[in-house]
Design a protein around this ligand. Structure first.
Ligand code: GLP
Length: 269
């Protein structure tokens, strides 16, 4: 596991953008896994900037988002589809037909939607780089504590803590869904490379449990310990509970000349 501790949220976004651009240079037709939430917005802004400066093209990529609320139509501003259109897709040269979100209407069978989503990922050739955030309870996507670590795309009922965390994004009159379809932990672990971005002290305990805690369904992000190419990019505040923080800083400085000479072990071949 690669743990990079950056100065602040802006530096986290910058490193995330570098990772995405390296992938696009190497593989313009890459398949990317994307996430919503407040954390990736700064990354998306940097990608938009690079696109506007002619440094990055998304024309040939395919994307799969991690999750979507059940019963949220694409035109609902609270849907993750709307979020992605607003925060990224509408501002870059991506082909909308190549962007996927696991949308599920109230009358749709979530089991069928989940299976179809898994098939679509596999038909696209699998995900090259999955971007992740982390919930304060350690969830990735909407894989809530104690979900199976072998889970696939399916319906999840959200925990009270997630509903409370996300309630800041809904006004009093707006309906806040408690059900979602999310890619599973097994689906995420199949991505060829994963990177988790976390910023802020409110994520510090979840980040500690994910990186240093026991591999446990209680902290779903701890499953990334089993991934060969998992990179955590976190700011100082999110790193503040790590016992091995100094080791990670030292390892990164030791690693720099090795990466310059031989390339990064975590990069895709
Ligand atoms: C939601 C999403 C997650 C995201 C998490 C953290 O619950 N389903 O994919 O990682 O929020 O979001 P934020 O970055 O806003 O803290």
């Amino acid at each position: 596991m690669e743990v990079i501790i950056a100065k602040d949220a802006d530096a986290v976004a910058e490193l995330g953008a570098q990772l995405v651009c390296e992938l696009l240079n190497k593989k313009p037709e890459a398949v990317m896994g994307l996430t919503t939430g407040s954390t990736p917005i700064a990354l998306y802004q940097k990608l938009i900037q690079r696109h506007q400066q002619g440094e990055a093209s998304f024309r040939a990529i395919t994307t799969f988002n991690l999750d979507e609320y059940i019963g949220m139509t694409a035109d609902n501003p609270q849907s993750y589809r709307s979020f992605m259109n607003r925060e990224l897709f509408d501002q870059i040269d991506i082909l909308k037909a190549n962007t996927h979100v696991p949308s599920c209407g109230l009358e749709d069978n979530p089991r069928a939607i989940g299976a179809a989503y898994e098939r679509a990922i596999s038909v696209a050739g699998g995900i090259d780089l999955q971007i992740l955030g982390i919930g304060s309870n350690g969830h990735i996507g909407f894989n809530e504590p104690c979900s199976s670590l072998s889970s696939r795309t399916r319906m999840k009922i959200l925990t009270e803590s997630t509903v409370n965390d996300n309630s800041r994004l809904f006004s009093a009159e707006e309906f806040q869904p408690h059900l979602a379809v999310t890619m599973g932990i097994a689906s995420i672990l199949e991505s060829r490379r994963v990177t988790l971005l976390a910023t802020g002290a409110h994520k510090a305990e979840a980040v500690r449990d994910a990186i240093e805690g026991p591999l446990s369904a209680r902290c779903q992000a701890s499953a990334l310990q089993m991934h060969e190419r998992a990179t955590f990019i976190i700011d100082e505040a999110a790193a503040s509970c790590l016992e091995y923080g100094d080791y990670f800083r030292w390892a990164n400085s030791e690693n720099t000349p090795i990466i310059e000479k031989f390339g990064n072990f975590y990069e895709l071949d």
